[in-house]
Ligand binder design. Sequence first.
Ligand code: PLP
Length: 388
Amino acid sequence: MKAFQGEHPQARLIRLGIGDVTQPLAPAIIEALHAAVEEMARTETFRGYGPDAGYDFLIDAIVEHDYRARGIPITSDEVIISDGGKSDSANIQEIFAPDCVVAVTDPVYPVYVDSNVMAGRGGPADASGRYGALVYLPCTVENGFLPALPDRPVDLIYLCYPNNPTGAVMTRETLARWIEYARRHGSVILYDAAYEAYIQDPDVPRSIFEVEGAREVAIEFRSFSKTAGFTGTRCAYTVVPRTVQGRSVSGESVSLNALWLRRQSTKFNSVPYIVQRAAAAVYTPQGRRQVRDGIAFYMENARIIRQGLEGIGLTVYGGRNAPYIWVKTPAGLGSWDFFDKLLNETHVVSTPGAGFGPAGEGYLRLTAFGQRDQTAEAVERIKTRLAL
Ligand code: PLP
């Protein structure tokens, strides 16, 4: 990108590639931040180290609004606050054995793969960048970007829905099949729901715990990053039900909830008080309204991108229940070829699908997280300047 900008100093690039948000924090959140900062200024209300799992005021709000209100029986001791879905989904593997067999989708959010490779579970890499000891589950147009069950027993399964990068979502029936698989094989599903707030279809589950049996086999990651613009503020949480168990070397049941809390309290000192106060503001009546408006804003961007690209004959997926639009490259073009073409002809920056794994070849990812005028202009440029 730097090279392109260097060679074309006049070009006004529009970045629809990176997955960062662009809208400011909602007023209710800013108000809560200010109030919490004031508390830190007085001896009587100053806070130092907080509870390892997070403050009750935030955990209780999460349990109430994200779970109980949807009829999902999650309890306060099953929610552990953290500084990000990235760190949680990267660190969770530490509570499992080094020789666990790990299944990941292809394409995939690279953190799941890299964290396991760093922990020694990857095995040798081949020329395409695949690791021999990982089980890859291709997500292609043929399977609707929903992977088939592994053809051999695996211990850990990373699933992310709504999906980054494809924008696909998983139905209740499909999730039920995964849960059944995990129960049969003693696997644990690591379910990344970082984009659950973008689900528009009321029939699509927002939490894996909406599906029967999940409490015995799944851990769920959630984040305020994309829900409420916390990418730079940092707050997330992981739900580890009391009922999900691992097995020790000698075959005894081990509480994964206890292990994860132990891991976090050993290596992490929780999230700043002021940030947890900001996150709790997401659940106030004003906060909920404002955050909902923020999601609607990005989903309108998604619609503009999706319909604009479809209008010129491109095939696109996602963007209906997710902030990502997965664009099929025109016939014969690889991901990087189409990336270059888009950059050269329209000065729009995308993300090549091949960067998410071999099955991402032949696709580009665009994001709905841009400013409205920039998103509209990017689509206009693609419509008028792209030579298809
Ligand atoms: N999970 C997925 C699938 C993501 O795409 C992202 C961010 O891009 C995250 C988790 C991490 O979010 P954060 O660490 O900001 O909570």
